[in-house]
Structure formats: C-alpha cells, structure tokens
Design a protein around this ligand. Structure first.
Ligand code: HEM
Length: 214
C-alpha cells in the first residue's frame, strides 16, 4: 500500500511546530543518549507515527559511521530504514521488539522479495537508548556502511553529511517470530519516502557519545 505523501508532509509539519525545521525533519537533542539527531515522524497509519532519527559525526570523515534511532509504538511489528530510499540495492536496517528485547537486523536485496541478512553494513546496538517498555520499543544503533554503499555494479552512493538525503521506511504490523537477526519478515503494509536533513544532525563528540552509550 502506498501511503499518501501529502499526509506525511502534514505530519512532519505538525510535528515540528516548535522546533527548527529543514527538509522534512526537525532537530532534537536526546537527553538520554546525548546525541543531537535530526528526526522524521513517519505516519504509518492515521494518527500513528514512527520516529526515525539520524546523528552524524561533525566533521564527517569519508565513509562516516552514523547513529540512527527508531522509536515505534508496540503495535509496530517491524519497521526499517532504506538508506538509499529504495527497497532494492541499498542497506536496509530493520528493528523490532522480541518480547522485552530490542532487535536490529541489516538486510539487502536486489529484488522485491524477502531481503537477506547483509554483512556489508554493520550495526552495533547501543545499550543506552535501546529498550522496550509498556508502550514503545526503541533502537539506538551505530551503523558502519549505511552512509556509503554500492547500489548496482560499481555505482557508489554516499549520503551527504551536511545536506539533505532521500530516505525511505517500511512498516509491517506483523512481528517477526524471534530475536534472530535472520528472522523472516512479513511484507510491509506501508512504505514512504522523505528528505532527511543531515546538516543539523552533526555531533562534534560523536565517537565519545558512541562509547558512552555502548
Ligand atoms: C518480506 C519482505 C518484503 C517483501 C516481500 C517486499 C516486497 C515488496 C514489493 C512487492 C514492493 C513493490 C510494491 C509496489 O510496487 O507497490 C516493495 C516495495 C518497497 N519495499 Fe519492500 N518488501 C519486503 C521488505 C522490505 C523491507 C525490509 C524494506 C525496508 C526496510 C522494504 C522497503 C520497500 C520500499 C521503500 C518499497 C518502495 C519501492 C522501492 O523503493 O523499491 N521492503 N516491497
């Protein structure tokens, strides 16, 4: 099902009324982890949102690591980010809650079927900021290999650490049946795209924050 883009834009606008705003995202400083993130509120159902946040080092070296956060209501079975704004030929970072355990898995596919586990990008779940409570589950993870990746053949895509990047998400109401990173994913009910402003997601103390939260 294709989600209505107009609604997503409206949601983004309403969600950041009191915060600085660029692209479809706003800036938040997460008190728990200390990261400054740029944030997109993705509407996956009328009146229901998943929060996707990105933090990058400032200045960003070549092939920089980034930290992403997913905050999802417990009704979300799985949800994930497509770093090249496409289901195919880019790293997909997917999260879900397995009981009280937050799980993150990296996948990739060249066809629109079950994406397989992918080790070309590595995620490290950060202890602080990854949890499940009575209403939400949350992932905070460092990714090495999400900011630069090959798409097809030898074509390389690099996300601009000081600009806006097109991203996509997918959501399924069906929870994977285990905490295995290779668990079967049930096809999404919704996906959508947005422009995520990385220029306001810079963290001078990125490496220290990763260490502190690990
Ligand atoms: C069981 C797993 C999955 C199956 C069977 C599946 C299947 C499909 C199919 C058939 C389409 C085309 C729909 C259309 O044209 O209307 C599609 C599109 C899409 N899927 Fe998936 N998908 C799966 C998992 C994922 C995951 C894990 C992600 C990202 C985290 C994802 C992201 C997308 C996106 C962004 C699109 C829009 C078209 C594109 O950009 O390629 N999918 N998927």
């Amino acid at each position: 099902m294709r989600w209505n883009l107009g609604l997503a834009y409206l949601a983004a606008l309403l969600g950041c009324a009191s915060e600085s705003f660029a692209a479809d995202t706003s800036v938040v400083r997460d008190g728990e982890t200390g990261f400054t993130f740029s944030e997109f509120q993705a509407q996956y159902q009328i009146g229901q949102w998943v929060t996707f946040r990105v933090a990058v080092p400032s200045p960003a070296p070549a092939n920089y690591d980034l930290v992403f956060q997913i905050i999802a209501p417990n009704a979300v079975g799985w949800t994930g980010l497509a770093w090249g704004a496409s289901m195919v030929n880019d790293p997909l970072t997917i999260g879900w809650a397995s009981g009280s355990t937050p799980v993150v898995s990296v996948r990739r596919t060249s066809v629109r079927t079950q994406p397989q586990v992918y080790d070309g990008a590595k995620v490290q779940l950060l202890k602080t900021g990854s949890k499940v409570n009575g209403t939400h589950w949350q992932i905070t993870a460092k990714c090495s290999g999400c900011s630069t990746f090959t798409t097809t053949g030898t074509t390389t895509k690099t996300l601009n650490p000081t600009g806006s990047n097109r991203l996509a998400f997918a959501y399924s109401k069906t929870k994977p049946s285990s905490a295995s990173t290779a668990a079967i994913l049930t096809v999404h009910d919704v996906y959508n795209y947005w422009d995520h402003d990385f220029s306001v997601a810079g963290n001078i103390d990125f490496d220290q924050l990763v260490q502190r939260n690990a």
